[in-house]
Design a binder for this molecule. Structure first.
Ligand code: CP
Length: 319
């Protein structure tokens, strides 16, 4: 089956998932992101890569980091950025997603950055653009349901490479609500493609997808076992908004069993880094002493996200 992210020449024209992206494609994105990192340190924080292009941010779900860093990234590439105010848009009057897209294409959109609570929504848009002869309009998935969040996966890979240099001997523990996490899925696909030593999926059985071991991870229901001697700890939020019914006794019980504290972090290697895609729930999955401690690289993740999103938009636009 055709990969909807690629054109007939095998070039990346949409970014929908890290699944199926080979190591070379991932490494190229990370390398180009490296070259964009210094743009943010210039007096004039701009390069003309997307000059004259219109990037539409369509966020049908809440966001702080992703929406803002996409906007900053597009502006640093000199694009015109339009943030659709979904709550005040005609979506609230019953307009369909594809009718909204058609209208924005009629306004000469060049790229859509889409976040949606429904898994597959960005794929629907790509399929629609192909069927209506507008394959020249690019789509970036900024998080769809529990399915994928590819730019978060990429910025996580950028962060790990920045601090650890080489993936091959690393043990990475992904801890928490993996069942509902698009970040976990995007990270696991990317880590495996980049040849990481071992990925551990750590959490209570109720928060792990069935047959997750088929994704090439080691399952650990015990936090101590999951953290022991690992190089990278990626903590995840409990996604209560995606849970149907109680999967846990209480947030307090969860923190007792799976919260990252100075004591549990001491099981990892002394130079282990702590990551979190945000938003964090302090005292639920992570203790403030760890979140604000010397091993946390949670805020650098956000900064790297700008360069990674610049790289992605630049590549999609053919630069
Ligand atoms: N990591 C992430 O997606 O954060 P936001 O929901 O704030 O965009």
């Amino acid at each position: 089956m055709r990969n909807p992210q690629l054109n007939a020449n095998g070039e990346l024209i949409h970014l929908l998932s890290t699944e199926g992206l080979p190591r070379e494609a991932l490494t190229r994105i990370l390398d180009i992101a490296s070259s964009f990192l210094e743009v943010s340190d210039r007096d004039v924080k701009k390069v003309p890569v997307l000059r004259g292009k219109s990037v539409f941010n369509l966020f049908f779900e809440n966001s702080t980091r992703t929406r803002t860093t996409f906007e900053i990234a597009a502006k640093r590439l000199s694009a015109d950025v339009i943030n659709l105010d979904v709550a005040r848009s005609s979506t609230a009057k019953g307009e369909t997603l594809l009718d909204t897209v058609d209208n924005l294409v009629a306004m000469h959109a060049d790229m859509f950055v889409v976040r949606h609570s429904s898994s597959g929504a960005p794929y629907l848009i790509v399929d629609h653009l192909h069927r209506t002869g507008r394959s020249d309009v690019h789509v970036v998935n900024a998080g769809d349901g529990r399915h994928a969040h590819p730019t978060q996966g990429l910025l996580d890979m950028y962060t790990i490479r920045h601090y650890k240099k080489d993936f091959s001997n690393l043990t990475v523990a992904i801890v928490g609500d993996i069942l509902h996490s698009r970040v976990a899925r995007s990270d696991i696909h990317a880590l495996n493609a980049l040849g990481v030593g071992q990925v551990r999926a750590v959490g209570p059985q109720t928060l792990l997808p069935t047959a997750i071991e088929k994704m090439g991870v080691r399952v650990c229901n015990d936090l101590q076992e999951g953290l022991r001697d690992c190089d990278v700890v990626i903590m995840l939020r409990l996604q209560n908004e995606r849970m149907n019914g109680a999967l846990l006794p209480s947030a307090r019980e969860y923190f007792k069993g799976y919260g990252l504290t100075p004591k549990t972090l001491a099981l990892a290697k002394p130079d282990a880094i702590v990551m979190h895609p945000g938003p964090m729930n302090r005292g639920v999955e992570i203790d403030s002493e760890v979140a604000d401690g010397p091993q946390a690289v949670i805020l650098p993740q956000v900064t790297f996200g700008i360069a990674v999103r610049m790289a992605v938009m630049s590549i999609l636009a053919g630069n």
